[in-house]
Ligand binder design. Structure first.
Ligand code: SF4
Ligand code: MG
Length: 333
């Protein structure tokens, strides 16, 4: 709720703060248990920073991270100290983008996957190997692999190892930041399907961060669209893809490749003018106005609030209702 992360830019010998990068600016979003929320936007829009704040890898500048425990109590993780956070660190885990650099090449799979168990002292040392073997099986790898090193494995297999490591502590929420983007297209679907299977088996909840709207359509129940640190639109996936309410969402959807290759169904691509706005100098009024083909005078002066436009659908645009934006099926040439 209203979560912000600002990074100060310092200059000179006294380290005076001369500007702020508003990487995440008063973001509201909700992730329901057992569901997947897709967090989308171009690179630099604040998706990863938001994910890292939720993991408390970054300390938020302001706002709340409300976490509902198994006993029903809601705890704000934002102000907790490292010591107070310890029990929650097991419940919220991350899978990283790059399965090549995120695994220590000098550690065996048994050490890599067993490390969170060891660090958190959740089971006796004598049981760790058995547990790792079980985890390997769960992610579709052979338990005999536990004495091998990451170099022996392909990108897809390494991402399976990353998943096993993330799941070792039985987390409730997994933050997946571009988790399959570095993999070959042919391997991606396998890992996405594995993530779905694991979700169904263990009632896992995912925050699925990606710039790829095709993958998000496949994975997510709900979508949150970010632009320079702001949430500009949210809604149930199928509904949002069919009927976007924000011009930025429309443009992102227009860039999704059409699976039907016939020329008649080629997607009509909307090319945005200019560059992503500078997060140290976000435009007045609507942050998207410098790139919006529909911008009017009001967009320069008034910040559009994130408002509920229909049940379950929120948008931050003054003129949504009047724009007649096209959805994924209508964006054909
Ligand atoms: Fe475009 Fe104005 Fe809507 Fe912003 S508020 S998205 S500038 S029409
Ligand atoms: Mg990122």
């Amino acid at each position: 709720r209203q979560l912000s992360k600002y990074f100060p830019i310092k200059k000179g010998m006294w380290g005076r703060t001369v500007a702020q990068v508003k990487a995440v600016d008063r973001v509201d979003l909700q992730v329901k248990q057992g569901q997947t929320v897709g967090l989308v936007g171009e690179s630099g829009c604040g998706k990863s920073t938001l994910g890292r704040c939720i993991l408390r890898a970054y300390e938020p500048t302001s706002g709340e991270i409300r976490y509902r425990r198994d006993d029903g109590e809601v705890v704000d993780l934002a102000p907790l100290t490292e010591r107070q956070l310890k029990p929650y660190r097991q419940s919220i885990r991350m899978i990283f983008q790059d399965p090549f650099s995120s695994l220590n090449p000098r550690m065996t799979l048994a050490d890599i996957i067993g490390e969170p168990l060891r660090v958190n002292g959740v089971i006796p040392e004598s049981e760790i190997e058995d547990r790792v073997a079980t985890l390997l099986r769960r992610v579709g790898l052979r338990p005999e692999y536990l004495r091998r090193y990451p170099n022996a494995f392909s990108g897809g297999e390494r991402q399976r190892v990353g998943l096993a490591r993330a799941l070792s502590l039985n987390p409730r929420l997994v933050v997946a930041d571009e988790a399959v983007s570095a993999l070959d297209v042919s391997v991606r679907a396998q890992i996405l399907n594995l993530m779905k299977d694991l979700q169904a088996d263990e009632d896992l909840t995912y925050l699925f961060i990606s710039h790829d709207l095709g993958m998000v359509e496949y994975m997510a129940d709900e979508v949150v669209v970010m632009y320079v640190g702001h949430v500009v639109e949210t809604g149930p996936t199928a509904d949002l893809y069919r009927r976007p309410n924000h011009p930025y969402t429309e443009a992102l959807l227009s860039a999704v490749p059409n699976p039907d290759p016939s020329a008649a169904r080629a997607r009509k691509r909307i090319v945005l003018q200019g560059e992503v706005a500078d997060p140290t100098n976000v435009p007045s009024g609507c942050p998207f106005r410098t790139r919006c083909a529909y911008a009017q005078e009001k967009c320069r002066t008034d910040v559009p609030p994130l408002r509920e436009i229909s049940p379950g659908r929120r948008v931050a645009c003054h003129f949504s209702e009047e724009l007649g934006l096209r959805g994924i099926e209508d964006l054909v040439a």
